[in-house]
Design a protein around this ligand. Structure first.
Ligand code: NAD
Ligand code: IPM
Ligand code: MN
Length: 369
């Protein structure tokens, strides 16, 4: 069996954390006959420096052909001055759009060993397990017009457009309802119907779609209140479904509940092909290129590793391996091995490669056992 992966490590800490995943891929090929074939490409500032574009056409073609893409991170201050169309982040947005990865799954799980690293009190986050389902190919990220107009009177006007069509809302709602069925059966939809027309439509379509899932409990929250509830009492949530921009912000908030941005993985999924069942997918940590710590070997690789676990689960149905990898991460955290971002008194502080090696060792033992 052949399983094709495209690795796009990107910028900053991207290549450092991706290296730890490459070791896991090698292990799965060696010990479990996983048959992964690996291609590599450039994205973000790295691609811009090499080809003058944040992703080359050749690498886009590789991404379209791969069974799954693993994405590190893009961006950094050295590319601050480049034209808007060429900025490193544009490479990421093009991948999401051209691969039609409309469903971004961002789980926020608080490992018991990390409850102290959260910015909230232990009892509020201990055992936390929520899933943010973020719409990823629509809304204000892509709506037209999107431009800066020169008004000619010394004034300029910046315009972004929030647009959602029924089908876009319905398909992301279905993903949320289906996933809720495999969890605790609750969906909270977040929008701002009190000020946004797209919020009114969002609310209507999610409510309508919910009628097909009578076994799932649906409620609605205004997105600002939802942010407040996420830090007040996060355990009230099971699945949160929301638009592209609210999902971006709410998932960074959720990340800190779990201890660190360096812990939060994500899966970006397309629609399953009607004949082959194959579904385009990209797996990326929620965090960025972390320019402040890049090159120091201290980044936490767990978000990238956990993104690979999601890849095993959602792209290859390698459930046993995915669970073993997640259990390996939990065990390493339990043992008190910590990168700086999740360091706690009495724990042992390690760098990126030591953390990666500790997870690899625990994973290897679980695969063998
Ligand atoms: P960031 O996520 O890169 O960093 C925010 C803070 O979290 C920093 O202090 C950083 O050191 C810390 N952090 C992030 N990941 C960590 C990890 N794995 N281990 C330890 N600490 C970690 O966000 P930012 O600083 O706002 O953005 C930096 C650049 O990254 C920008 O160019 C931004 O556009 C880009 N960005 C890219 C992505 C992506 O590629 N998916 C996501 C977010 C931001
Ligand atoms: C994320 C990031 C991206 C986003 C940026 C880098 C384009 O913040 O994946 O959360 O805004 O979606
Ligand atoms: Mn973000």
């Amino acid at each position: 069996m052949s399983r094709s992966l495209l690795l796009l490590p990107g910028d900053g800490i991207g290549p450092e954390t991706m290296a730890e995943v490459e070791a896991l891929i090698d292990l799965l090929n060696r010990e479990a006959g996983a048959g992964f074939t690996v291609e590599r490409g450039l994205v973000g500032g790295a691609a811009l420096d090499a080809h003058g574009l944040p992703i080359s056409e050749a690498d886009m073609a590789k991404a379209l052909a791969a069974d799954a893409v693993l994405f590190g991170a893009v961006g950094g201050p050295q590319w601050d001055g480049v034209p808007y169309e060429k900025r490193p982040e544009a490479g990421l947005l093009r991948l999401r759009k051209d691969l039609e990865l409309f469903a971004n799954l961002r789980p926020a799980i608080c490992y018991p060993a990390l409850a102290e690293a959260s910015s909230l009190k232990r009892e509020l986050v201990d055992g936390l397990d929520i899933l943010i389902v973020r719409e990823l190919t629509g809304g204000v990220y892509f709506g037209e017009p999107k431009e800066i107009l020169d008004l000619g009177n010394g004034q300029k006007r910046g315009i972004d457009t929030q647009v959602y069509d029924t089908f876009e809302i319905e398909r992301i709602a279905r993903v949320a309802f289906e996933l809720a069925r495999t969890r605790r059966g609750r969906v909270t939809s977040m929008e701002k119907r009190n000020v946004m027309k797209s919020g009114v439509l969002w609310n209507e379509v999610v409510t309508q779609t919910g009628r097909d899932y009578p076994d799932v409990a649906l409620d609605h929250m205004l997105a600002d209140a939802g942010g407040m509830q996420l830090v007040r009492a996060p355990k009230q949530f099971d699945v949160i479904v929301t638009d592209n921009l609210f999902g971006d912000m709410l998932s960074d908030i959720a990340a800190m509940l779990t201890g660190s941005l360096g812990m939060l993985p994500s899966a970006s999924l397309g629609r399953p092909d009607e004949t082959t069942g194959r579904r385009r997918a990209m797996y990326e940590p929620v965090h960025g290129s972390a320019p402040d710590i890049a090159g120091k070997g201290i980044a936490n690789p767990i978000a990238m590793i956990a993104s690979f676990a999601m890849c095993l689960r959602y792209s290859f149905a390698m459930i046993r391996e995915a669970e073993a990898l997640e259990a390996a991460v939990a065990e390493v955290l339990e043992s008190g091995t910590r990168t700086g971002d999740i360091m706690a008194p009495g724990c042992r502080q390690v760098g990126t490669t030591e953390m990666g090696a500790a997870v690899l060792k625990a994973f290897e033992a679980k695969l063998a056992g």
